[in-house]
Design a protein around this ligand. Sequence first.
Ligand code: HEC
Length: 308
Amino acid sequence: MRRSMLFAVQVLILSSLPVQAGGICKSGEYFSDYNQRCEKSVLQIGAGDVIESQTIDQLKSRWPVTRLTLSKSPAYGEADKKIRSYEGVRLRDVLASLLPAGESIDNYVLAVTCLDGFDPVLKPAILNKLKTSEALIAYRQTGISVGPGVSKDGLWDLVSAPWGIVSPGPFYLVWSDPSGTYWEGWPFQIKSLRLIPTKKYNEMLAKIEPDPEFMKKNPKSAVESGYDQFRGKCIICHTLNGFGGKKARGDLMSIFKQLKQPGEAEALIDAMIKNPPDGMKDILDVKFSPADINHLAEYLRHMGQRAN
Ligand code: HEC
């Protein structure tokens, strides 16, 4: 195979590295753009319905600390020529640990959720790139310090997102080779990574997808937007129509079936997001616009009606 000259890559495995100074947060924390304060960096990882929270120290003690140097960082635009180094753990190592014994990654998808609401599902087309290139779940960039263009925690070069200039932390997935992986494979502000058998993922979609009349409209229907939100931000803990996470008891379908008064569903979601019960506190650092809440309500109301 011909090696790409453009994306010369250096991979180093390191046992320990000095902690970067200069940021306003303590080691193991990141600065949240949404809450405007330091938060603990916690990555949720899992396979199927089992999910566990990992701090950076836990990640470091479980998998080899690895550094990846990129001569091209596609999220920074065509004109950007800066060489960036990242420190993290290898996606390949993490997936190998998560994958049940004897199973092949070819039969799985990787559902990613992010603080900013970008929640891609990485299919085998991208995951197979791990066979020929390296991907790092980075928890910081190295060789930078606080200043213009750097996040307040001193851990990242700020990046341009559709809604403004943001920090890619707490976790950013970077690849040694952008071709075939960019942009879906480069989520930033990662909150969770979950392996789901492709078959189960497709069955789940069939159970929680809105009625066809709401799907693939231009512009997108509120119900479909809510469905996107729900898949990305809620399903990891909640069951709906028999599918999804098991962290919350009960099925949201039966709860929303009862909420028929105008505004009732919106009010419950708004209250849960702003003042979450134990077990849902994780949601506090996720970004929600008022429209997001309305869309979630439209979708869950629709699913509740289906239960009748
Ligand atoms: C980190 C896990 C987690 C996430 C993510 C999460 N929830 Fe929850 N949620 C919970 C837990 C735990 C409860 C408490 C109820 C329970 O124990 O069953 C709860 C309660 C609720 C309730 C009250 C109904 C009930 O079952 O008591 C609603 C409504 C709700 N969540 C909606 C949402 C929505 C909408 C999202 C996505 C925007 C979401 N949740 C994301 C864990 C989570």
